[in-house]
Design a binder for this molecule. Structure first.
Ligand SMILES: *Cc1c(COP(=O)(O)O)cnc(C)c1O
Length: 432
């Protein structure tokens, strides 16, 4: 949604990222290789932060949803850019703390946080714990009381908007594993319970309606539903909601046909709805948070592979096999996600070939893309897959005991390692 063209083509006809030659990067670090444009990540952060502050008069915060791409370096970048972070596990929280991320700007999410994770969050002093269910609320209260602390909480609410379809429909709202339903009254009961429990300070409400959403309407509608609930909370419990977290889910461009809306149109439309609804209900405008993940990192990263074989099945298709696959990018196998591929050392040439890009795992479904246009491939070519900055490294696995690739960051025309390549020794580290 924020977007910026991170790739280009240089005088050698090679693909570049952040101005750096990708063929040279592949030669320097080996493949497969994740490469991210740090300057573009920072530009995305600034655009989001500036826009949010403009539309909510400085009364709000952008939280980076760190499950999109999680390592120490990204937390350092996010902290420097003045954003908060959303974490969804003890592992993400640990990584953030190891990176020196300010705990008060961390929001802890998840539909089944363990007692250990909640204790860890209390100990670290995270800014908010986003409570998903009553059992968690009771557990958190007991843990906070025992530790002599107060947990500042938001409730995760299901606003009843199915934004996975383009034409959003208001059905199936109760059928989600995340959060409290409105129409059954469980959300309101939870508020009353929170106000009566020790160790709990009820600060506000949160929703997250889905991911890779292009329409603005579902976000506007969610804001309305949430503020209507805020008004009911005030009537029922005479308690004013101080904070409204509207989640993430902004779509980005993976392929030409994708048409993400401009950041400004989202921010303008939603902030108008927020102020109109607050005025209608005579509520003070709460502190507004948004939680973009994909739209901060997604289009800032690419993955580089080496072509190992080109296998044409007459009358059928051509498989172009690469030295990575579902272990570093499971998204096609999981959701048939679209990606654009380019042969990095032939980037100035026409895409005159149709290929199925196959990974190296012992799975027929280990594909990165089917029937996709690329330049005529040859063994030894460097193949780049674009917009892999989100949900690739963070979803990578060691299936078939494939070590995870390193992550290289380019900044100001130079490159550095953010995450080292896994070694075979790393793979057996915990084996007894
Ligand atoms: C995944 C997630 C996000 C971020 O979603 P994107 O589609 O990457 O923007 C934000 N908030 C919560 C609670 C999430 O689970």
């Amino acid at each position: 949604m924020v977007g910026r063209n991170v790739t280009g083509v240089n005088e050698y006809g090679h693909l570049t990222i952040g101005g750096v030659d990708t063929v040279a990067l592949a030669a320097k670090y080996g493949t497969p290789l994740y490469v991210m444009d740090e300057d573009a990540i920072r530009a995305n952060c600034r655009a989001l932060k500036t826009s949010l502050e403009t539309h909510y008069a400085g009364h709000g915060m952008v939280l980076y949803a760190s499950k999109a791409f999680c390592c120490k370096r990204i937390y350092q970048i996010i902290a420097q850019e003045g954003l908060g972070a959303d974490v969804v596990s003890g592992g993400e929280l640990y990584t953030a703390m190891q990176a020196g991320f300010p705990a008060e700007r961390i929001y802890f999410h998840g539909n089944n946080k363990t007692a250990d994770e909640l204790s860890m969050a209390l100990e670290a002093g995270v800014g908010r714990i986003v409570v998903d269910n009553i059992a968690e609320l009771e557990l958190l209260s007991a843990l906070a009381k025992a530790a002599g602390k107060t947990a500042n909480i938001l409730f995760r609410i299901k606003p009843g908007i199915d934004a996975h379809t383009h034409n959003f429909v208001r059905t199936g709202q109760i059928d989600s594993k995340f959060g409290f339903a409105l129409e059954t009254g469980e959300a309101m009961e939870a508020v009353a319970r929170a106000l009566s429990l020790p160790g709990i300070s009820f600060v506000g409400i949160h929703c997250h309606i889905g991911s890779q959403i292009f329409d603005i309407d579902p976000f506007c509608h969610a804001a309305e539903v949430m503020l209507d609930f805020a008004q009911q909370v005030r009537e029922t419990n005479s308690c004013t909601i101080q904070e409204l977290n509207l989640g993430g889910g902004f779509g980005i461009r993976y392929v030409e046909e994708d048409d993400p809306k401009a950041l400004e149109s989202y921010m303008e439309a939603v902030s108008k709805v927020v102020s109109a609804r607050c005025e209608k209900h005579r509520l003070p405008v709460p502190f507004i948070c948004i939680e973009p993940g994909r739209s901060i990192v997604g289009d800032t990263g690419i993955t580089l592979y080496t072509v190992g074989s080109v296998k044409t099945i007459p009358g059928c298709r051509t498989y172009v096999s690469i030295d990575g696959g579902m272990t570093d990018n499971p998204r096609y196998a999981l959701y048939q996600s679209s990606y654009e591929a380019i042969i990095a050392n032939k980037a100035a040439q026409q895409k005159d070939f149709t290929a199925t890009i196959a990974g190296r795992c012992c799975e027929s479904g280990d594909l990165i893309q089917e029937h996709t246009p690329i330049q005529t491939p040859a063994v030894g070519d460097i193949l780049a897959v674009l917009s892999t900055g989100a949900y690739n490294y963070s979803m990578a696995s060691n299936y078939n005991r494939v070590p995870r690739p390193p992550v290289i960051m380019v900044h100001g025309g130079t490159d550095s390692i953010a995450v080292r390549r896994e070694t075979y020794a790393d793979l057996v580290r915990n084996d007894l």
